[in-house]
Design a protein around this ligand. Structure first.
Ligand code: PRP
Length: 182
């Protein structure tokens, strides 16, 4: 990784080791909760791709993976309030135990839209695993069965999270330097 990627980061919030430890714990909990169930893990591109990749390898059960792509932020740092489904799952949801793996719950608009959409397709159960839950005012009420970390209301990058499509490959999660967005 180049030094210039680090230069955009003001401080590290969650180290690579902390992320690995917590995702392993989440996987163990999910393994216990879904034993004997037909589990479909749905990830939300692109931010959750890295969390998904690590989480499913921490779940010691047979499972299927599928992907959706939605858009809420565009290239800026604040939520537009608009959620569009850009890519749908290919699997059938009906009768499956569906777990949505999401990188960050911010305004909650993305998860609200996804949960409502997938719930309407008749899953046997529907739950959310969010790596980060941001502490923001007026967050949509989303029941997250699994939360990795509570996160301050700052612009965070790394471990899948981007600013203008950069920083996703940082192995840690850090706060973006404010002057990077000016
Ligand atoms: C980000 C993030 C979540 C969503 C959370 O995605 O990955 O999916 O926003 O925000 P919300 O709770 O305010 O809806 P983004 O639209 O930036 O796309 P990306 O996953 O491709 O980075």
């Amino acid at each position: 990784m180049s030094t210039c990627e680090h230069e955009g980061v003001e401080r590290i919030l969650f180290t690579q080791e902390e992320l690995a430890r917590r995702v392993t714990e989440m996987g163990a909990q999910i393994t216990a909760d879904y034993a004997g169930k037909d589990l479909l893990v749905v990830s939300v591109l692109r931010g959750a791709a890295i969390f998904m990749a690590d989480l499913v390898r921490a779940i010691e059960l047979p499972l299927e993976m599928d992907f959706m792509a939605v858009s809420s932020y565009g290239a800026g740092t604040t939520s537009s309030g608009v959620v569009r489904i850009l890519k749908d799952v290919t699997s059938s949801i009906e009768g499956r135990h569906v777990l949505i793996a999401e990188d960050v719950l911010d305004s909650g608009l993305t998860l609200r839209a996804l949960v409502d959409e997938l719930a309407s397709r008749g899953p046997a159960s529907l739950a959310v695993a969010a790596l980060l839950r941001k502490d923001v005012p007026n967050q949509a009420e989303i029941a997250c069965r699994y939360v990795g970390f509570e996160c301050p209301d700052e612009f965070v990058v790394g471990y899948g999270l981007d600013y203008a499509e950069r920083y996703r490959n940082l192995p840690f999660i850090g706060v973006l330097r404010q002057d990077m967005t000016e």
